[in-house]
Design a protein around this ligand. Sequence first.
Ligand code: KIV
Length: 271
Amino acid sequence: MPEQPVIKRVRTRHFQSAKEQGIKITGLTSYDTLTAGIFDESGIDFLLVGDSAGNAVLGYETTVPVTVDELIPLARAVATTVRRAFVVADMPFGSYESGPEEALHTAFRFMKEAQAHAVKLEGGTRSAEQIRRIVEAGIPVMAHIGFTPQSEHGLGGHMIQGRGAGFEQLIADARAVEQAGAFAVVLEMVPADAAAKVTAELRIPTIGVGAGPDVDGQLLVWTDFAGFTAGRIPKFVRQYADLRGVLADAVTAFRADVSSGSYPNADESYS
Ligand code: KIV
């Protein structure tokens, strides 16, 4: 395994050098100051304030209803907490598709009001002009191709992308976002061999979310990887903890202690 360099603050150039040196990049989503602090101190390279907040925080069924106004306070909490990690803010559905000027306006809001370090938007060839315009203004863009959750109704549900003939579209999307100036690209729910081919062809790093091992970095939704999400989680997620179970046990114990009168005791009371 290549030696990890000491990085004071992660910048876009570190994504590029990690790819060149074969050092894997790590990313997690975060939507609040407490998790941002833990993930940052643990050395996670980048935090994505994803529109997955729609499911994980705001109680929506999909990411479609999420708005810029809802994401900005979450992104600000994360960006103002971290010392080392690179913070990427997700541009929600309906905030960039109308054209490059709308996209730039949204990107400005995330940079100024949330103090994010970069923005992410979904789509390959269809979003290339938006990416180019934002990058020209000096804002780093992380692209997102393969399965793009904001289009789940158009795509017919959570479907693996880039299989068989779909690979032509995947590679065209990957080339388009690289040419438009994206500094990295998320590949979501694509077959491992397709992701490996895209990774070998691109100069910029690929970040896999359900894209197998042969990509330049891995990103997971934190509530999935920590066992906090209710219900079904995708096959590609490895659960590193059972936070839901831990919290449920704590709540059950608290209720029992209050009912029995054992909480609070004398030490937990003021004299
Ligand atoms: O919003 C999000 O968390 C994402 C990742 C799943 C890539 O877009």
